[in-house]
Design a protein around this ligand. Structure first.
Ligand code: AMP
Length: 282
């Protein structure tokens, strides 16, 4: 089983000692309730680094008052068993008091990339994410840090923060892990009713249909986005938040279908918001 650390001090000491002995460190930050999506990040960290470490912390800063902070699913024993199976050596499981012993006065905000999409739907969200990830990077130290493409905008925000602030961290993006029916794995999928769960694969299906349209030569951004919007609109359990084709690196909205792009989708199934995305290369 991995060594579990309740304090920043002991986690930092373990990783510092490993690096002092010449080991490279791979780090996977999570909010727990781990699934194979998280597992793929932890396995990549174990494969590519001498020592893999993870954190499990449901970060209050990134939840708005009306969001699911208190309901967020938790199962530490199962999480540690999966971390163990993935070869993780150290896991930080701090309390909120350990992470934020005093009200936090210092926050990190990343401009531009956070203005649209998830940032528009959840105004404080990315400042909360950037602040906790900056804090985690600071206490972990030099490492490779693994993030899922599932949260594509978050990955872009973290990459940019590490670049702008010269953090000694290489941010590594990893592919989306899906259920057999195409639904992207997410800790929040447990909130779905049976009918919503049955409907949810429409997101991936609609993205694949849009990629097919682009591959057949569709060059209109609006038409590609409309493939997603149309499929989601046809599903009574789903309400579309956005379907947007963007530059894969800058997340700027596309003006034509060309080059390395990403098609992002967010939709609500009842009160549960689900995200998905896919590469569009033409
Ligand atoms: P979370 O615990 O939801 O904050 O997620 C922790 C990390 O796991 C983030 O980098 C997510 O992007 C990543 N992740 C979550 N779900 C998936 C998935 N289905 N495939 C790949 N990575 C994922």
């Amino acid at each position: 089983m991995p060594e579990v650390h309740a304090t920043i001090e002991s986690f930092r000491a373990a990783l510092d000692a490993a690096r002092a002995g010449g080991a490279t460190v791979g780090f996977v930050p999570t909010m727990g309730y781990l699934h194979e999506g998280h597992g793929s990040l932890m396995r990549a960290a174990t494969r590519e680094c001498d020592l893999a470490a993870a954190s499990i912390f449901v970060n209050p800063l990134q939840f708005a008052a009306n969001e699911d902070l208190t309901d967020y699913p938790r199962d530490l024993d199962r999480d540690l068993a999966l971390a163990d199976d993935c070869g993780v050596g150290h896991v930080l499981v701090p309390s909120v008091e350990e992470m934020y012993p005093t009200p936090i006065l210092t926050t990190v905000t990343v401009a531009d990339i956070t203005a649209r999409f998830e940032g528009a739907a959840r105004p404080e969200h990315f400042a909360g994410v950037a602040t906790v990830v900056a804090k985690l990077f600071s206490l972990v130290g030099p490492c490779r840090a693994y993030f899922g493409e599932k949260d594509y905008q978050q990955l872009a925000v973290v990459r940019r923060m590490a670049l702008d602030l010269s953090m000694p961290v290489t941010v590594v993006g990893c592919p989306i892990i899906r259920e057999d029916d195409g639904l992207a794995m997410s800790s929040r999928n447990v909130y779905l009713s049976p009918a919503q769960r049955a409907a949810a694969p429409v997101l991936h299906r609609s993205l694949v249909a849009a990629v097919d349209a682009a591959a057949r030569g569709e060059r209109s951004v609006a038409a590609v986005e409309a493939v997603v919007a149309g499929a989601v609109a046809a599903e009574p359990e789903a309400v579309l938040d956005y379907a947007a084709l963007v530059d894969a690196a800058t997340l700027e909205p596309a003006t034509e279908v060309s080059g390395h792009q990403r098609l992002l989708v967010a939709a609500r199934f009842g009160t549960t918001r689900l995200l998905d995305n896919i590469a569009v290369t033409s």
